[in-house]
Every structure is written in C-alpha cells, then in structure tokens.
Ligand binder design. Structure first.
Ligand code: I3P
Length: 324
C-alpha cells in the first residue's frame, strides 16, 4: 500500500500494483486490461507483468491495440470529435487518431498509446469543466425520473448522509442528481476541474479523490503526484499554457460543449506531457449558442467552464513551481 501523502481517508481507495501471470491470458483474469483512461500499457518485468489500473471511465471500454495504440469502444460523439480535431489546432494536444477497427464483433477507435516511451510513469486524470452531465439529462430526470439503486449505493458509500429522506425511502437516486452531487462534492463546481485518479510510479493507484474539494486540498494532491519532480512541474506549466492557447484559437473548441473531457498528465523521471482526452460527451453547441468556456453555467446556457478550470490549474501549478 502507498500513502497519498495526505488525509487518511484516501488510503482505503489506494490500490497496490496489479501483477498478472502472462501464461494466463488477460482476457481470462478478473481485471483483464490495465487501462489509464484509454491508455493501455504493459511494463515488462519478466514473466509477471504489472498492469496499469483504470483511473477513470467505464471498465471494459479498452483493449490493447497493435503497434503502440489502444482501442477504445466506439462512441459516435467521440469518433466525430476526433475526426474534426484532425484539422484543428487541438490535434497537437490529443492522442493520434488512427480510425476505426473491428475486433470480436465490436467497433473501436484506434488511438495512440500515450504512455508509450515512458518508463514507470506517474499518471493523473483531471476531469475538466464545472459539470459532468448534459443539460438534457436534467430535463429528462425532471420529466421522467428513473431512480437507480446502483448509484444510490455509490452515493451512500461515499457519504451515507447524502441521500434525501425520499431517496432513502425509495433506495434510489436519478443519475442527474448523483452526477450533480458528485460535481459539488468534488472540486468540479468550485474550481471547474477535479482529480479523477492518480497512479504513481510504483504501480499503486487511487480514485479516492471524490471529496477533494478545496483549492488547498487539490494543491496538496498535485504536490503528492509530482513527488518533487521539477522537470515534470516545469513541463506541465508550459504544456498547460500551450493547451490554453490552442483551445482559445480552436474552431472545434469554440463550437463544442465539452462535458466529461479530461487532461491526462504523464511523467517519468526524465520527461512529462499532458493530453486532452475523452470526448464521449462532447457535443456541438446548438445553432446560435455561443459559450466562452469561462462564464458561470446556468441551465440553458450550455456553458462548461472548461477554460475557467484550465486557468485555475495553471494558477495552482505555477504556484507550485514558484514554491520550489
Ligand atoms: C460515474 C461517472 C461516469 C458515468 C457513470 C457514473 O460516476 O460519472 O462518467 O458514465 O454513469 O456512474 P462515478 O465517477 O462516481 O463512478 P457516463 O460518462 O457514461 O455518463 P453510469 O452509472 O450510467 O455508467
């Protein structure tokens, strides 16, 4: 077990490295693919190999691809986003897109393996924006509330006191209510980004950041993630600035609402990089609707506050750089 370097409550979520016997094909094992938000990679350690742990996203969405690629189950919105991004300034900041492939009756998009070329990297997934649901989901939940027991359970696992009296009686919550609550509990609403997961270079990982809410708490998690690596910190500050410049000049970015998209931070002892990933919930803005990605969201305006989150990230990483 590894410590997150801060509050004890994270430790319950912290998992050690996963060892897999290669004589037993991964598909037969309990945790078949080691994935970090769409990025699959084996680290060779003789017969037994360590697996990455999935830090975010749906289990089972990924497969290892050929020649330094990963396969991600096709979501039409995401495919469309990658196709459009190929002729946009954002292209330099997203995984290389190699089209669609069929495997075992499923369609996947083929993406560059972002961890390729790193040695025992530290990886962090930061989900961007002030909300992780579409406005239409709120509308649907009001008109036809579907109470889900599975996410009620997820909610009470995080905070037994979170459900209302009515939700407790029905033992269910709507997905929209759960996602909104998650956004408020974490730093999505107050900082317009949140930490989804961190994996350290020893293979330990955690998704236990659901209640990391305050700026200072987030900052300490970043400090822990960096582990005193100055090269990574300096590279991250520059790369965040470059992503901001690209997004501010991007036609794609100006015409889309980005919900549930992440920044993937990766570093080892020698190098670092950040990529913009996860476009499964990215959608074109309705005709005539404009957002600046910074203004406060009110239902109906489609704002995602992505750039607000990026400004906050840049400010925190710059503070950390100035502290060292
Ligand atoms: C899940 C997370 C996923 C979402 C999933 C949530 O919550 O928000 O993004 O899937 O919905 O349960 P958590 O991070 O707390 O585990 P989508 O992105 O597809 O909406 P689901 O339970 O309907 O799969």
């Amino acid at each position: 077990m590894a410590s997150t370097g801060s509050s004890d409550d994270d430790l319950s979520d912290w998992e050690g490295p996963v060892d897999v016997d290669l004589d037993d094909p991964p598909s037969k094992q309990m945790n078949p693919w080691s994935v970090v938000t769409g990025v699959t990679k084996w680290i060779g350690l003789g017969k037994s190999k360590k697996l990455w742990t999935q830090l975010a996203g749906h289990q089972g969405s990924f497969q290892a691809g050929e020649s330094q690629t990963v396969l991600k189950k096709l979501l039409d919105r995401e495919r469309q986003a990658y196709v459009k991004i190929q002729s946009d300034p954002l292209k330099d900041f997203t995984p290389g897109y190699r089209g669609e492939v069929q495997k075992q009756g499923e369609t996947y998009i083929q993406l560059q393996d972002l961890l390729s070329g790193f040695t025992c990297p530290c990886v962090m997934d930061v989900k961007m924006g002030c909300r992780t649901y579409h406005e239409v989901e709120l509308k649907k939940a009001r008109e036809n509330p579907v109470l889900r027991k599975d996410i009620y359970k997820k909610m009470t696992n995080i905070d037994p006191d979170a459900p209302t009296q009515e939700e407790r009686e029905k033992q269910g919550v709507t997905k929209a209510r759960y996602l909104r609550w998650r956004d408020e509990m974490s730093s999505s609403v107050n900082l317009s980004f949140r930490i989804e997961g961190i994996r350290k270079d020893d293979g330990s990982s955690s998704k236990g950041f659901k209640q990391v809410h305050l700026r200072d708490e987030v900052r300490e998690k970043f400090r822990f993630f960096l582990g005193g690596n100055k090269i990574a910190l300096e590279t991250y500050v520059k790369r965040l600035e470059a992503i901001k410049a690209a997004e501010e000049s991007s036609e794609f970015f100006s015409k889309h609402e980005l919900v549930g998209s992440s920044l993937l931070f990766v570093h080892d002892s020698e190098k670092a990089n950040i990529w913009v990933i996860d476009f499964g919930k990215t959608q074109a803005l309705p005709e005539g609707v404009k957002i600046d990605h910074r203004s406060p969201w009110v239902e109906g305006n489609h704002e995602d506050q992505y750039l607000q989150g990026l400004d906050n990230l840049i400010a925190i990483f710059t503070e950390l750089a100035n502290d060292t």
